[in-house]
Design a protein around this ligand. Sequence first.
Ligand code: HPA
Length: 289
Amino acid sequence: MSHIRPQPFVRTDELEQAVKSIQQHFASFPEIAVVLGSGLGHFAETLSDRKAISTASIPGYPVSTVHGHKGQWVVGKCNATHVLAVQGRVHGYEGLPHQKVAFPVHLMAALGIRTLIITNAAGGINRFYRPGDLMAITDHINLMFKNPLHGLNNLQHGPRFPDMSAPFSNKLIDLAMHEGLQLGMRIHRGVYLGVNGPSYETAAEIRMAERIGADAVGMSTVPEVIAAAYRGLRVLGISCITNMATGMSAERLEHADVIKIADAIKDDFTRLIVAILERQTGNEKEVLR
Ligand code: HPA
């Protein structure tokens, strides 16, 4: 009789091969990474001395199929800061298990990334928000009912039961708020609700989301943040409010509109990321620690 054996949520051999392929491609690797959400890939193009690798050539790396997501890792310099920009994240709704969705985070951790800036497009639930606003994520609610750490654990990578009391760094939230306000942006602190998608929410679901304490809703980020907490990375999450969530305005939701607003905000958004990275190279380098 055959038995069903649980599988590890990251295969060590696959991870090691991926690490090797990256190390062969890049002479040196940064300690800070920015994961770029839908329509927010522009930041990667502003880097100098950049070198890219297609994620399709990284062993074990999940393939992105969404319009507006180009699958590549770009290593370069943002002023004096050496940084990795990840273009083309993958989502559970593409048919991938969350273990795979989180693979890039495990890979980054294995390569020495210590700080992760995760960005996304999200629908605004908080009634003070408007399309085009930004939100520094203070906490998340996982309504995906999945977890990227399902499977056999390797204690060398992280604990079986990771603490989730502070997955987002308060220092980084304060820094993002400070820099955003200095730049004259409308930036809020708020709670991100992660849902599976790909259908947008119903109006009743959004009424529920408001009651349970969500300020914005999106279809990404949660699996990566859980994996990052497990790996002990410092995380900053920034949502670009591309639309008001279902029922919060009279508009119907279209992905093209999400991309349009993300595109309209991309310069502001890039300025904010640059300002946050810049602070790291000044006197307050420890702020990102
Ligand atoms: N809901 C879920 N995901 C989203 C939305 C939304 O309204 N906008 C951008 N991503």
